[in-house]
Design a protein around this ligand. Sequence first.
Ligand SMILES: CC(C)(COP(=O)(O)OP(=O)(O)OC[C@H]1O[C@@H](n2cnc3c(N)ncnc32)[C@H](O)[C@@H]1OP(=O)(O)O)[C@@H](O)C(=O)NCCC(=O)NCCS
Length: 144
Amino acid sequence: MVKLEKYESRFFDALSYQLDEEQSNFTASVDYCLNTRKDLEDHQKTLITITYNDNPVGFFILDVGNDRYRITENTNSVLIRSLSINPEYQGKGIGKDAMNLVSEYVTNHFYGVDELVLAVNFKNENAYHVYVKCGFIDDGKIVD
Ligand SMILES: CC(C)(COP(=O)(O)OP(=O)(O)OC[C@H]1O[C@@H](n2cnc3c(N)ncnc32)[C@H](O)[C@@H]1OP(=O)(O)O)[C@@H](O)C(=O)NCCC(=O)NCCS
């Protein structure tokens, strides 16, 4: 069963998986988010752990900072970023389940949000497929 939980430092080792070279182009590693970009210190970012049968297997960030305004003008939006699933667990439906749970998570933990936004590299067919399957709508906007 897939669940979303707020990130805790006890999850770090399990989330220190390496993506291959191609996938690394599409997202930031958990190590980069925490240790280089210092996302835990950014109060506009909420770090989320994806668990599968209570094991931490993936990660993403919900961001209410200014970066979302590259995608939307909506001040009631949340940006989903830095999504990844441990390669050992990819292709099992976990990413899709996680993205299907985001809306409910945001409703329960954020006030007044009416839009979830994200950007996906047009070469990243797997991620694009997952987002569309989960109901995200491609508005055709291209972000440099
Ligand atoms: C994109 C990502 C999060 C998807 O997570 P996942 O758990 O592997 O995806 P799922 O198993 O839920 O797959 C959902 C759908 O995508 C397809 N899919 C996912 N990975 C695939 C792969 N490697 N090859 C072919 N199809 C794939 C599945 O077949 C499934 O389609 P279906 O429902 O029509 O059968 C994961 O591949 C990942 O971490 N990629 C690297 C980082 C990345 O690109 N992040 C996104 C940044 S925008």
